[in-house]
Design a protein around this ligand. Structure first.
Ligand SMILES: [Fe+2]
Length: 318
C-alpha cells in the first residue's frame, strides 16, 4: 500500500501569529517526512522475507509503521485544526464540551495546561471523542502511537519542538497561545459530527436470555451499600465451587441442580439476584426459573468475576 499525501488543509497566510514559514517547514519536513517513512516501511513489510528474517525485525517494522501512520494522521488533523479565529465555538461543540468538561473555560484550561505541562518534551495534545462512552476527552499522546484505542481525535495540537522552534524558540507558551487563537472550531464541529456517528463497541448479546432482566455488579454493590433488602444467590456449579476459594460477601451458595430443595427458603417480597461464574448461563437460567415461579429475580451480568473485577468484597468459601 502506498499512502497518498494530503494537501495542506489550512491557509498559512491567514494564520494569526503562526507564520507561513513555520507551517511550510512543518508540512514539508515533518508531515512529508512521516509520510515518506510510512511508505518506505510499508514497502519493506510487503517485501518481508518470512523465511529468513527474524520475527523481531518484523515486530520492529510493524511498530515503526504504527508510529509513522499515526504521525501522518495526526499531522493531517493538526493542519486541519487551524484556520479559524479560535473564539467562536459552534453551539453543538460548546454544549458537548460543557457536558463533558463542565464548561468551555475548564476545557481550555485543561487543554492548555496539558500543552504547557509537556513543554520541553514532545507529544500531542488531542481532543478525542470516545464512542464507548459517548464523550470527549483531552489526552496527551507522548509518542505518535499512543492514541486512545477506538477514540476519534477531533482537534490536534503538535507539541514536538519542530512544530514551533523555528519561530518561537523556547517560548512554547506563545506558540500554544497562537495555536488557540487559530483553532478552526467550525471544522472541529464537522469532525465531531462525523465522530459521533461511529458506533460504540458491540455489547455482549445473550439472545437466549433476552427476556430475563439483568443487573450489573456495580448496581448490586450500590444496593448492598444502601442497605436495600436483596437475596443474593451464588449458583456456580458444584464441580466449580469444590475448587473455588472465595465467595461474594453477602451471597449464599446454592446448588443450581437442586433448585427445588432451596426455592422454598426464598422470600417473594424481596428481590433476588443470582449469578454464576461469568454470567453466561446458569445464573441466567436460575433467574429465569425463579421468575416463572413468581420471584422478582435478576441475574448479575459478568457473574462472580465481574464482582471480583470491581473489587467487590469476597470472603473465604467453605
Ligand atoms: Fe509535527
Amino acid at each position: 500500500m502506498r499512502y497518498a499525501l494530503a494537501p495542506l488543509f489550512c491557509r498559512p497566510w491567514t494564520l494569526n501569529g503562526i507564520s507561513p514559514r513555520l507551517i511550510e517547514s512543518h508540512y514539508e519536513n515533518n508531515y512529508g517526512g512521516a509520510l515518506n517513512r510510512l511508505n518506505a516501511i510499508s514497502e519493506e513489510i510487503e517485501q518481508f522475507d518470512f523465511g529468513n528474517a527474524s520475527d523481531q525485525s518484523l515486530a520492529r517494522l510493524k511498530r515503526d509503521e504504527t508510529a509513522a501512520l499515526n504521525s501522518t494522521l495526526l499531522h493531517e488533523l493538526y493542519f486541519a485544526s487551524l484556520g479559524g479565529d479560535g473564539r467562536v465555538l459552534p453551539d453543538a461543540v460548546a454544549s458537548a464540551i460543557t457536558q463533558d468538561f463542565g464548561s468551555v473555560d475548564r476545557w481550555r484550561r485543561e487543554f492548555v495546561g496539558m500543552a504547557n505541562g509537556i513543554t520541553g518534551g514532545s507529544g500531542w495534545v488531542l481532543l478525542t471523542y470516545v464512542p464507548r462512552d459517548g464523550r470527549l476527552i483531552n489526552q496527551i499522546a507522548s509518542e505518535h502511537d499512543q492514541c486512545i484505542a477506538g477514540g476519534v481525535p477531533v482537534l490536534a495540537l503538535d507539541m514536538y519542538e519542530h512544530a514551533y522552534h523555528l519561530e518561537f524558540g523556547a517560548n512554547a507558551g506563545a506558540y500554544i497561545a497562537a495555536f488557540m487563537r487559530n483553532i478552526d472550531w467550525s471544522a472541529v464541529k464537522l469532525r465531531y459530527e462525523d465522530a459521533i456517528k461511529v458506533a460504540p463497541p458491540r455489547k455482549l448479546e445473550q439472545k437466549q436470555f433476552a427476556d430475563v432482566p439483568s443487573i450489573s455488579a456495580e448496581e448490586v454493590r450500590e444496593m448492598l451499600k444502601s442497605g436495600a433488602p436483596v437475596q443474593i444467590i451464588d449458583t456456580r456449579p458444584k464441580h466449580y465451587t469444590t475448587k473455588a476459594q472465595d465467595i461474594m460477601e453477602g451471597a449464599v451458595w446454592r446448588d443450581p441442580e437442586r433448585l427445588d430443595d432451596w426455592i422454598g427458603t426464598l422470600s417473594k417480597t424481596e428481590p433476588v439476584v443470582t449469578f454464576c461464574v461469568y454470567g453466561f448461563h446458569i445464573g441466567c437460567e436460575t433467574a429465569s426459573t425463579l421468575r416463572k415461579a413468581g420471584f422478582d429475580a435478576r441475574y448479575m451480568s459478568g457473574g462472580h468475576f465481574a464482582w471480583k473485577a470491581i473489587k467487590g468484597p469476597v470472603k473465604l468459601f467453605e
